[in-house]
Design a protein around this ligand. Sequence first.
Ligand SMILES: Cc1ncc(COP(=O)(O)O)c(C=O)c1O
Length: 407
Amino acid sequence: MASGLESLEQNPPDDFVEAELIEPRSGSEPIPFNAPSVVGEEFYHIADAIHRGQLSGDGHYTHLCEVWLQEKTGAGKALLTHSCTAALEMAAILCDLQPGDEVIMPSFTFVSTANAVVMRGAVPVFVDIEENSLNICPQKTREAITDKTKAIFVVHYAGVIADMPAFKAIADEHNLYLVEDAAQALGSTLNGQQAGSFGDLATFSFHETKNVISGEGGALLINNPHMQDRAEIIREKGTNRSQFFRGQVDKYTWVEIGSSYLPGELIAAFLYGQLTRESEIYQQRLAIWKEYDRALTPLVKPLEIQTPHSPTGHDHNGHMYYLLMPTLEMRQAFINSMKQQNITTPFHYIPLHSSPAGERLGRANGSMDVTNRVSDTLVRLPVFYSLKDQSSVIDAIKWALDSSAAN
Ligand SMILES: Cc1ncc(COP(=O)(O)O)c(C=O)c1O
């Protein structure tokens, strides 16, 4: 008969965790934070675009991408741009921002959200984000409204859609334009509704760090029907060239301010290759996201490290997995321990309200406590389509947590 100890060894209880010796990852290939996802189809479409003979913008592949985006999101109209930055600049022109107008936005965002506004002479008014979603807070937005407020630029951080029903109500009540900076959110939904379909306008990024990419690239989605014709003109250097090509006018001329915001056909062809495989890319990233969550949540909870939170009704696109460490020092120790193991785990946005340009060109409204804390403590983990060795990243994280806890 087996002794008590032997029987315990043969039949460990369900919650039994064998003590493991955690070793640092060593002598292995570096694991980057991001690697551009190339799925294969891009090459065929690029060759086809060359064969078709148009390399400038607004051709066959630009239209295919735009139709894809319209069908995916249900947005009124989609226009491809050469970046999300360009789409944000177009959005600022379409909102008719004038010198002195105010635009409410999070401080915890990329510089392009604010630059687009400042380039029209308007003032970004920064408000704090929410603890859980890390998205701009509707109540603090409401408190920041003045008689100069013209628009709200909402950011869907990490692909988690902000509280758009609340923002829509605020915008309607105060007659403000609502713009979604959905750079990271292609494919995310809120109560079944796609990112990019809530605001008057929305912007996507196809930069190589995003889920679906074209190196550099972006799109403007126009849900407000009054802005659609003007958007085409602004993207075509302020001319009515698109109408001319459709045979709606017999010559084209300068009718508005504008710039060259459209990408060439080779970029559009690459992007179309990616869009045709979007659901596979989405599934792959989501699987990586879920595996981090499954493996790390039980480990980090006792250390008071926060993991991403997706509120009810939100289905995100697996764009980003992050940890919020208890302190800046712990974040730095973690990043260093991961670097020691050849794995890059970067932090993210530096708050705009306290940056040199933000202090000069914008203003903060109310406390920025959450923004400051998140900026100091957030660290991002590798998530990309071709990530093969996720278990080795997870083991490295265990060692990094163990060694930072020991220090
Ligand atoms: C929230 C947000 N807005 C805008 C941008 C700018 O995108 P792009 O590089 O396509 O201009 C980024 C880039 O990462 C972003 O994160």
